[in-house]
Design a protein around this ligand. Structure first.
Ligand SMILES: Nc1ncnc2c1ncn2[C@@H]1O[C@H](COP(=O)(O)OP(=O)(O)OP(=O)(O)O)[C@@H](O)[C@H]1O
Length: 245
């Protein structure tokens, strides 16, 4: 990890009617970092991810990717600039094979490889997530964890600077969780910066360099997982009741 922010959020705000889902949120994510975005249900984590990936346009604020403001740009342009994501509810193309789903990811890159190269590159990304040899399978033939792996391969095919993982570890059993954590580490070792929304606290503890905690749309804490998870404000937000010393 370097002391160079790859992504900087400044004064980000997004409301839906009268509800302020993200309220004046700012933080920097350093290059090579695994950065957690945590908080109770409905605290604004996914909305923040949607603002970064371009699914939503912020009402106010800046999102600087390597110093350039991308706030409000269309999602496909943000993807081309180097921000890829996975979704809480998987979004795979059921009518395409496993390999073709990754080829779709490759097609979004600024300079796309063609034909045989495209297939070969897609197969390499399947190898990366442990799906080597399953390229010809139908998406429906994959188990749930393998579908998650496929989403990851498709996102990684963009060779993103920043990878957004929205509850990518949710729903995995203990063994799968172990594998999933190792895979996220491996992806970071390739030089990818990762922002993860996650409720699995053991994963936050073992993976994240730092995290931001959100509650009711605002940032209430930032620091190492150990520091923020012992912060009384954070404990109170999760429990919904005051913490007495
Ligand atoms: N498209 C939308 N239209 C209206 N309200 C929305 C929309 N998206 C999110 N919200 C509201 O914004 C608030 C923040 O939601 P968000 O999904 O960002 O929270 P979250 O922290 O990701 O929650 P969870 O952990 O349950 O996924 C919630 O009150 C939610 O109902």
């Amino acid at each position: 990890m370097s002391a160079d922010p790859v992504l900087r959020l400044q004064g980000l705000r997004k409301s839906f009617g009268g509800l302020v889902a993200v309220n004046d949120v700012s933080f920097d994510v350093m290059r090579g970092e695994i950065f957690g975005l945590i908080g109770p249900n409905g605290s604004g984590k996914t909305t923040t991810m949607n603002l970064i990936s371009g699914a939503f346009r912020p009402d106010q604020g800046q999102i600087l990717l390597e110093g350039q403001d991308i706030a409000g740009q269309p999602a496909h342009l943000i993807a081309r600039r180097g921000i890829a994501r996975t979704f809480q509810l998987l979004r795979l193309i059921e009518d395409m094979s496993v390999l073709e789903n990754v080829m779709v990811g490759l097609a979004f890159r600024p300079r796309q490889p063609w034909d045989a190269t495209l297939r070969r590159r897609a197969a390499e990304f399947l190898e990366l997530v442990g799906l080597g040899g399953l390229g010809g399978a139908a998406v429906s033939e994959l188990t749930y964890i393998d579908q998650k792996r496929l989403e990851l391969a498709r996102a990684m095919a963009l060779e993103p600077k920043v990878l957004l993982l929205d509850e990518w570890l949710a729903g995995l059993n203990a063994t799968e969780l172990h594998t999933g954590i190792a895979m996220i580490r491996q992806i970071r070792s390739l030089g990818t910066t990762i922002i993860m929304v996650e409720h699995v606290m053991s994963a936050i503890h073992s993976l994240c360099d730092r995290c931001v905690v959100m509650n009711a749309g605002t940032r209430i804490a930032m620091g190492t997982p150990a520091a923020v998870l012992s912060d009384p404000l954070v404990v109170e937000a999760y429990l919904g009741e005051p913490v007495h010393a």
